[in-house]
Design a protein around this ligand. Sequence first.
Ligand SMILES: [Cu+2]
Length: 197
Amino acid sequence: MASIDKVAIGITIAVVAIALGLVAVSDSAQSNPPAASAPTAPAPVAPVEETSPQPDPFAELAAEVREEAEVEEMEAEVEEMEAEVEEMEAEVEEPSGPQTISVDMPSGTSVPGCEETNECFTPASITINVGDTVDWTNSDTAAHTVTGGSPADGPSGEFDSSLVLSGAQYAFTFEEAGDYDYFCMVHPWMVGNVQVN
Ligand SMILES: [Cu+2]
């Protein structure tokens, strides 16, 4: 029994001694840092040429050209779209219903002369569509008529304003296609024509 205790004590002492020794070694290792971490003087670095992004002037130019081409393409597309929109607007504005066309009886037509330039009715010849209305305005000081027919053949009976006084108007809606001559019964040199499609 006593001998076992002695052995145990011996082992314990040995273990403690080894442990202390380890601690001592570890301490010394910490207090003496490894040479690797010792501060070293910076090694002289050879000046390195700045090779970083030195832009290729041609690449830049090419990119610019490409960009310009893209912008031009987009502008062309925009123009095309604008033209399409205009076309659509024109279609929308296209007379969908009957129109009214104005014809003037200019001042001075009560004396001959206007027939020389075919301006007794202005415009003297018009082309309209079935259902359209022609609105004649007397801008002269004298009274005139708008009478279907011709001075040679007389009134056709298709339309007749009777006397249109100065400043007054006469309107007629053409419901049938045809070629309508007309004249002024007071001043037979005054002639006009309405083509109805
Ligand atoms: Cu007249």
